[in-house]
Design a protein around this ligand. Sequence first.
Ligand code: AMP
Ligand code: GLY
Length: 424
Amino acid sequence: MKVMVVGGGGREHAIIKKLKENKGIEEIYALPGNGGIALDATCVNIGAKDIAGIAAFAKENKIDFAVVAPDDPLVLGAVDALEAEGIPCFGPNKRAAIIEGSKIFSKNLMKKYGIPTAEYEVFEDMDAALAYLDTAPVPTVVKADGLALGKGVVVAQTREEARQAVKEMMQDKKFGESGAKIVIEEFLTGPEVSVLSFTDGKTLVPMVSSMDHKRAHDGDQGPNTGGMGTVAPNPYYTKEIAEECIRTIFLPTMHAMNAENRTFKGCLYFGLMLTPKGPKVIEYNCRFGDPETQVVLPLLKSDLFTVMQAVANGTLGDMKVEFSEGHACCVVVASKGYPVSYQSGFELTLPEAKEGEYIFVAGAKKEGEKLLSVGGRVLGVTATADTLQGAIDRAYALAKQVKFENGFMRADIGKRALQAYERK
Ligand code: AMP
Ligand code: GLY
């Protein structure tokens, strides 16, 4: 079997490492991959947004199965283009990927089908949005409709901040056409939980829950980032809450997409907030989360490739997907200054990972024999253990062995989760 994975970050590295456990796979191609992924797959210099290039490569190289991991190619229709060439895929088609591609679509879907989420208003006109803000309660949340590299959400503490965000999106076009329309929504409070799920449109299997750490610095201070670390499972996500989410959010979402003739196949990601009024959806993603995947997949006991094939074939209901009872922690090693301004090109020396330890490379390139850092988030260092404390200690011990002069990491990944267990 020849498998192709579209994407080139830490998430894709985690997917590729897990796929390699299947002995029926002879070759894995990563498009474009990165210098670290090259240790585990054949990297091909085709960008993740080059839909025609991706489809042509798959056809020419007789790829048996494709995994499209990032949001951009999914929203642009990579799965449609691959399926048109007869290539089975893991990932939603363009009609289904809109659940992440348009916040207005997803908010309206939730309203129509009674799925709990924050109250909201949609604006296509800046003056109307600004007028609305004159009386809107604060804090309030301003969201660009389309994809914005994870930066299209502003939690505004004051009306002035909210006005500023509206102007940046609608007038200054900070996110291009993605911000031409916006959503202004109610500010919710409560612990956040990420739940990724496998679904073929008939069956939905939630994966182990996880907790992201979005702020750059310790104590959840500093600017928002793509994620500085994760732990799984998430202590706030109890059995009772899980049952409620399946009943009120997960299955209703799957059925709603079917009813809209937008059957979702792939990984459907639920970003949840456990509010005093019950779990509510903060966001949907049409793909695996990054860096959630780096803690979720190491806890997957079942064979990932078999699960992905079942999702593509619509036979997920026939199989049992199992996760281990253990814990995982992923510590992101980023370039100093991330997410504001940072430099690339520093040499990386990676320690050896033992059983239950993983070094997922998010941003690196090979230069001769050397591995050099590229971009903001460079590594995701993950470890599993029977306890959360054990997983945290192991992940940090491994991360500290990385040689990367320009690197920094948060020192408190998992701390909030430990405290939540202590309070129980
Ligand atoms: P997103 O990019 O949609 O994941 O949003 C980024 C972050 O903004 C989330 O992880 C939340 O912490 C926060 N956020 C988004 N929507 C709301 C909301 N309605 N109320 C409070 N916080 C929110
Ligand atoms: N970690 C959040 C995301 O992947 O969108």
